[in-house]
Design a protein around this ligand. Structure first.
Ligand code: S6P
Ligand code: ZN
Length: 197
């Protein structure tokens, strides 16, 4: 039965996996959905040709997209690399710029990369138990730098909306690269590669 979210309710999380057990929507993003996201477009095409792996999966509870309601989602980013970068999400601003978000990391290691439209950037390390606060107006992208899945729960205003176009058009300033075996936040320009897509 579809939940209407007009009465109090519990939603179960599988704490071993870091995923919602009950949800209304699921999105699966493969490498081929992520053209234009990674700095090394040639490396991305190689990954797609080698089997087009699932990079991340998002499960969402979808209360009405109205002021006052809160949306809840779980994200699992599988371990993997594209060139010198690690598997990561598309990244987005919220359409309603007054909407922040919190991420509660359940499993794995990584970073949430943030930037605002005045040029400020921030990288917050993720590990089980970190609660990352995304203020209104900050774009956010999540990167799995470990050898196992990175899982986190997100909570945000249900009427936030998702703007992917701005990040696709402008890119994000910062990424995380494998620098001699150490996941290191760097300016994307440091990679000196062309994106495709
Ligand atoms: C939603 C929240 C997350 C992301 C998910 C995938 O506001 O930030 O649920 O949607 O981690 O990232 P993206 O950038 O593909 O939506
Ligand atoms: Zn968000």
């Amino acid at each position: 039965m579809r939940r209407t979210y007009d009465v109090p309710l519990n939603i179960l999380i599988d704490l071993a996996r870091g995923t919602l057990e009950e949800f209304e929507e699921e999105v699966v993003r493969r490498a081929s959905h992520l053209r234009g996201i990674f700095a090394d477009g040639v490396a991305l095409e190689r990954v797609i040709a080698a089997g087009d792996p699932v990079v991340y999966e998002v499960r969402s509870c979808t209360p009405p997209e109205a002021a006052g309601h809160l949306a809840i989602c779980s994200s699992v980013i599988h371990s993997g690399r594209v060139g010198l970068e690690y598997h990561m999400t598309k990244g987005h601003y919220h359409v309603n710029a007054a909407s922040g978000e919190i991420y509660i990391c359940v499993r794995g290691r990584g970073y949430v990369l943030l930037q605002d439209n005045s040029g400020r950037t921030e990288e917050l390390p993720l590990s089980p138990g970190t609660v990352s606060y995304v203020p209104p107006g900050w774009a956010h992208r999540t990167v799995n730098t470990g050898d196992s899945p990175l899982s986190f729960i997100g909570v945000y205003p249900a009427d936030a909306g998702h703007d992917y176009g701005t990040i696709l058009a402008t890119g994000m300033k910062r990424t995380v690269m494998d620098d001699g075996g150490v996941p290191t936040p760097v300016d994307v320009s440091r990679l000196g590669l062309k994106q495709t897509g």
